[in-house]
Design a protein around this ligand. Structure first.
Ligand code: ARG
Length: 562
């Protein structure tokens, strides 16, 4: 990685000066017109040495220059305490050649942990909504990034299949005398909202629905037959949507699958003396001394004996530990579930499963009016309607788009939706402005794909005769693109460590911009100078390889043409 090499150079200088050498790091310069990378460590070093940062900074800079690294064309001190590095052509090209020759662009692949990642989390019998879309997209992307880095990753959809909605739907089906054989998706989609509304008005009905849910969980035969049918029909629809999105799971477990682990969990909690009675319910204390906020006990079992979301999540940890013994467990849900997971993780640790747990939360998708996103059709935005609306908006944005094939249009629809989401820090709410994100210009999925295809066109009829760069860099556009590509390793690591696909998302936009500035400023196809032409073709080849592989980590495919 390019950063490591700069760090090595600084280290050498510090050793010569007899200065401490721990925690050296460099970052991409925030003033690209002045330098490529910068070292910000002068302040803390000066503090440690009880000396003036300007004195220390100039001393280190002089030493760096004296050691005469041919890696840099310029090393400068900038007041009040930065050291700026401009890379030499040789150094840039050597690093690019490593990207070309090593697998996966020379990204560090020594990650050998085992992750279980839990995302998607749709609830059967309820239509999927945009919140679930975020979980699916962000989760799948994080999974792909973890896998790319070399980890073992098991993905689990964790279906919401044992909650009150099932009791409500069974109640509704029985009320309308719909037999198991006659249940269809349409019926489910009508019955659920109706019954859920009814429960809000009628306390009696709600009680009955809760009882049905509890009986189902306790093994009532008739209800379980309803349940299986509902799960099949609903599951098929969920699968269809995930297929469209290219979101894939290793495990299709649901809350209901964790029930067989509940007894064992109960025993473990009792053995450790963690479970106690609170107004008839069985709970575990999770408060810690330095909590700033109220931390209510973790409810394991309700007073009527029923289990809840929290209990099935705990039982699922038991199951995952037994089956996969992971080092990390990740959950991708709405930020509002933060407290639930914090509490769950504490209980799991107390139970003896002291691994790394992370709740990866995300914000709300808003419409242009700033309110939670709705399709034109109405309040519960169904994903099918959303997909349709996006596709129509793309078609409308340019009359030529009509000529595209159905499968290419599906790819673009995906790119629009996914890039709209994955370019934002996942913890933030974002505004899904369909017409803006369907444009081929600006920070959009179509722009990235269009750039890729334009580059492909330049490369298509040319024969590339080299597989490494020579020592030249021909102009500023060329140089900017090369430097941008060199940032990849660092960007990837940041995305990986922060679990933020948006880091990669924003970077790809910058790559695409630098690449289009480069090919617009430089005519490549007709170029006479063979050596220059080959180097530029190679540069664009590397650019497109980066774009394609990294877009794949954002679950974005490339259409055949646009
Ligand atoms: N079904 C849940 C919901 O709709 C999400 C499940 C997330 N995963 C978990 N293990 N709790 O909110």
């Amino acid at each position: 990685m390019i950063e490591n090499k700069i760090v090595e150079a600084i280290k050498k200088a510090l050793i010569e000066l007899d200065y401490p050498t721990d925690n050296i790091s460099v970052v991409v310069s925030n003033r690209p017109e002045l330098a490529d990378y910068q070292y910000n460590g002068v302040f803390s070093l000066a503090k440690e040495l009880h000396n003036n940062p300007i004195v220390i900074g100039e001393e280190i800079t002089n030493k760096l220059n004296e050691l005469n690294y041919n890696s840099f064309s310029k090393i400068e001190f900038a007041k009040p305490g930065f050291i700026n590095f401009t890379l030499s052509n040789e150094f840039i090209n050597e690093a690019l050649n490593e990207m070309l020759s090593k697998p996966k662009f020379n990204i560090n692949l020594d990650n050998k942990d085992t992750y279980v990642i839990d995302y998607g989390g749709p609830n059967i019998a309820k239509p999927l909504h945009v919140g679930h879309l975020r979980s699916a997209i962000i989760g799948e992307s994080i999974k792909r990034i973890l896998l790319y880095a070399g980890n073992k990753v098991i993905s689990d959809v964790h279906l919401g299949d044992y909650g009150l909605q099932i009791g409500q739907v069974i109640y509704g089906l029985k009320k309308y005398n719909i037999s198991i054989d006659n249940i269809t998706l349409d019926i489910l989609e009508k019955v659920y909202p109706e019954m859920s509304g009814l429960c809000k008005e009628d306390e009696e009905v709600k009680k009955i629905c809760e009882q049905i849910t509890k009986d189902l969980q306790d093994g009532n035969k008739e209800y379980n037959e309803y349940f299986k049918k509902i799960r099949d029909i609903s599951g098929e629809d969920i699968l269809r949507i995930y297929r469209f999105l290219d979101v894939n799971f290793d495990l299709w477990y649901g809350e209901s699958d964790s029930y067989k682990y509940l007894d064992r969990v109960t025993d473990k909690l009792n053995e450790k003396g963690l479970l106690y009675d609170s107004q008839g319910a069985k709970v575990v204390d999770v408060k810690e001394d330095n909590d700033h906020n109220e931390m209510p006990p973790f409810i394991f079992q309700k007073s009527n004996g029923a289990y809840l979301y929290s209990s099935t999540d705990l039982a699922t940890i038991e199951q995952r530990m037994e089956d996969y013994n992971p080092t990390h467990m990740l959950y991708v849900t709405d930020l509002r579930q933060h407290m639930h997971f914090e509490s769950l993780f504490r209980v799991a640790k107390k139970m003896g499963y002291d691994i790394s747990y992370e709740h990866l939360g995300y914000g709300t998708v808003n419409g242009v009016d700033g309110k939670p996103f709705k399709t034109r059709k109405g309040d519960a935005p169904k994903l099918d309607d959303l997909f349709k609306e996006v596709k129509e908006s793309f078609l409308k944005s340019n009359s030529k788009n009509e000529e595209m094939s159905e499968s290419d249009l599906d790819i673009i629809t995906n790119a629009i939706i996914k890039y709209a989401d994955l370019q934002n820090n996942r913890e933030k709410d974002y505004i899904f402005d369909i017409s803006k994100f369907s444009e081929i210009h600006g920070k959009t999925g179509p722009y990235l794909l269009y750039t890729y295809l334009r580059i492909n066109k330049i490369l298509n009829n040319e024969k590339l005769d080299i597989d490494s760069f020579n020592n030249d860099i021909y102009n500023a556009f060329d140089r900017d693109l090369r430097i941008k590509l060199l940032n990849l390793c660092n960007v990837f690591n940041n995305a990986l460590n922060s679990r933020m696909p948006s880091v990669l998302g924003s970077y790809l936009f910058e790559v695409a911009m630098k690449a289009s500035q480069f090919y617009e400023a430089n005519r490549i196809n007709g170029l006479e100078d063979k050596e220059k032409k080959d180097n530029w073709l190679l540069l664009l080849t590397l650019t497109n390889k980066v774009l394609k592989e990294m877009l794949n980590l954002l679950i974005i495919d490339i259409p055949t043409k646009m």
